[in-house]
Design a binder for this molecule. Sequence first.
Ligand code: ADP
Ligand code: MG
Length: 241
Amino acid sequence: MIEIDGLQKSYGPLRVLDGISLRVPEGQVVCVIGPSGSGKSTLLRCVNGLEPYQGGSVRVDGQVVNREHRAAIRAVRQRVCMVFQRFNLFSHRTALQNVTEGPIYALGEPRAAAEARGRELLAQVGLAGREGSYPRQLSGGQQQRVAIARALAMRPRAVLFDEPTSALDPELVGEVLTVMRDLARGGMTMMVVTHEIGFARSVGDHVVFMDRGKVVEEGPPGEILTAPREPRTQDFLHRVL
Ligand code: ADP
Ligand code: MG
């Protein structure tokens, strides 16, 4: 579903992604871990067409993600949705309006159909009954679940998560991870940047450890998270576990 080959990305003289190659097969969950500044967010942003890149290629569903082709980028954004650390909900819109905005205005779905589906999606993330709540009336965990419902409303082929629980109070992390776990069980293709090692171990099909713009080590969670071979992976896991 997602194919990244030799991806190179710099900000001016700073090389942020230095020849990244990885695959996210359909229906699989790939977790990306690594120290702050290693390029994880930039990688997701390149996959989603939010950032231009200088070398290598990113393909989604066989189609090259290339910033020069605006129509192609729009198509990719619809197929691959992103959930951010900060939920970025529209503060003056209700939960349901946040979820239906994309389908109505970007996909051209009839309002009634978008609303019916929006209610279903809010129920799926455990927010039945909160359709009329504004973001400020919701906890951080509830807001992030609205953000996930909003992403799903675009009928994506894959969802990218960028540290979706990092901004949450510890007691709210579990409810968001549960929603993500259910989504994975339902067969969604997911690329998840996270420091939640327990989640990566139990939900991830594949774990990628990045450092300084490179993939240092990757493999099944049982290998990478339990018996990493690379000293840099070992160091990192010692620090986060
Ligand atoms: P991570 O998500 O792993 O913490 P990022 O992808 O956010 O890492 O950042 C990787 C590197 O790129 C960092 O050194 C960061 O300072 C730099 N960087 C990120 N975004 C920009 C930007 N818009 N302009 C310049 N440098 C950036
Ligand atoms: Mg980041």
